[in-house]
Ligand binder design. Structure first.
Ligand code: NAP
Length: 309
């Protein structure tokens, strides 16, 4: 019977214990799941980077670390972690991100703010363009970026996606590499960032790249805060190069009250709620990896430690 350590903050245990036990039962796996197992007896670690566990050295027999979140930037460089690291790919998380991105894209596309804020007796008759006339670029064509790109393409937007490796998704113009990024930015009336944070993506959206966007573009960032050079974005907002930025993630979270994003009239701050790992569906993903580990099958959603995601 495998021993499964749940290493996350106590409220998460309350949230995850019932669906984890249900998913183990459904898979016919008998396991001991607890928050306090001696390290040398642990077979799997279900892990949140803010759990306080930072030294994996004593976990000598652990077969895998199963991250609760999609982003792994806080654990991927941990030199004590020698076991396979799986990240979270959860269809509940993906669906949540599709809904958040689609909602914020449609807000900007339709110019909803002018009607929501402008209850002032003015009969504003400007009709928004159809989706077909609003090119959108999604940076990152992974689990989340692809699902968002496909949902937006399904609404009729011309969608360009950009990734590290070459892709081929029907209905999406897929680009990669530096030249591909330039092209992807040049057409992006709405730019959605769904890249992981790595050495290669830190500050990716800098002043030069913001200049490549069509004037008056909208930036929507549910990826990670450091993907954007904050000072460059603020300058682009002030100059009108960027019309509005909707930001869910920041270099420091919670975003400090004195940060200029809070006060900027053309910035919308959401508090890292674009999408969360959903306990029920995530438990099924975790249990599938435990099943695989016990059956000697390869784990799914493994992180490439060299690439950092
Ligand atoms: P993923 O499946 O690993 O996909 C990452 C994508 O980014 C892939 O298409 C990858 O290219 C591309 N990429 C990585 N490095 C690149 C580079 N240097 N140049 C170009 N493309 C690069 O990740 P995911 O599950 O879609 O999640 C994406 C990110 O969303 C997470 O890392 C996390 O930071 C963020 N997130 C935020 C929230 C929230 O609530 N705000 C929730 C969940 C996740 P390849 O396809 O070629 O590998």
């Amino acid at each position: 019977m495998p021993n499964v350590l749940f290493a996350a903050l106590p409220p998460r245990w309350l949230q995850y214990e019932p669906p984890l036990r249900a998913a183990l039962d459904a898979a016919g796996i008998k396991a001991h799941v607890a928050t306090d197992i001696p390290p040398e007896e642990v077979d799997y670690i279900i892990y949140a980077p803010n759990s306080g566990l930072t030294d994996f050295t004593p976990y000598t027999r652990a077969k895998a670390v199963l991250n609760l979140w999609a982003g792994v930037e806080d654990v991927v460089t941990n030199a004590t972690l020698t076991q396979p690291l799986a990240r979270m790919v959860d269809h509940g998380l993906t669906q949540g991100m599709v809904e958040w991105v689609t909602g914020h894209v449609l807000r900007h596309h339709l110019g909803m703010d002018s009607h929501i804020q402008g209850q002032d007796g003015l009969w504003r008759t400007e009709v928004p363009p159809l989706a077909a006339d609003r090119p959108i670029t999604v940076l990152g064509l992974g689990a989340l970026g692809t699902a968002c790109a496909q949902a937006l393409a399904g609404l009729g937007f011309p969608v360009t996606g950009w990734s590290r490796s070459a892709k081929d998704f029907s209905g999406i113009t897929c680009l990669n590499g530096d030249a591909g990024l330039d092209l992807a930015l040049e057409t992006a009336q709405i730019l959605v960032l769904l890249l992981p944070l790595t050495g290669a993506t830190d500050n990716l959206l800098n002043a030069e790249r913001l200049e490549r966007l069509p004037r008056g573009a909208f930036v929507v960032n549910p990826g990670r805060g450091p993907l954007i050079d904050d000072e460059a974005l603020l300058a682009a907002l002030d100059s009108g190069q960027v019309a509005h930025a909707t930001l869910d993630v920041f270099r420091i979270e919670p975003l400090p009250v004195e940060h200029p994003y809070w006060a900027h009239p053309n910035v919308t701050v959401t508090p890292h709620i674009a999408s969360e790992t959903r306990a029920r569906t995530a438990s099924e993903v975790i249990v599938e990896n435990i099943r695989r580990g016990e059956a000697g099958e390869p784990f799914v959603h493994l992180v490439d430690r060299a690439n950092g995601y």
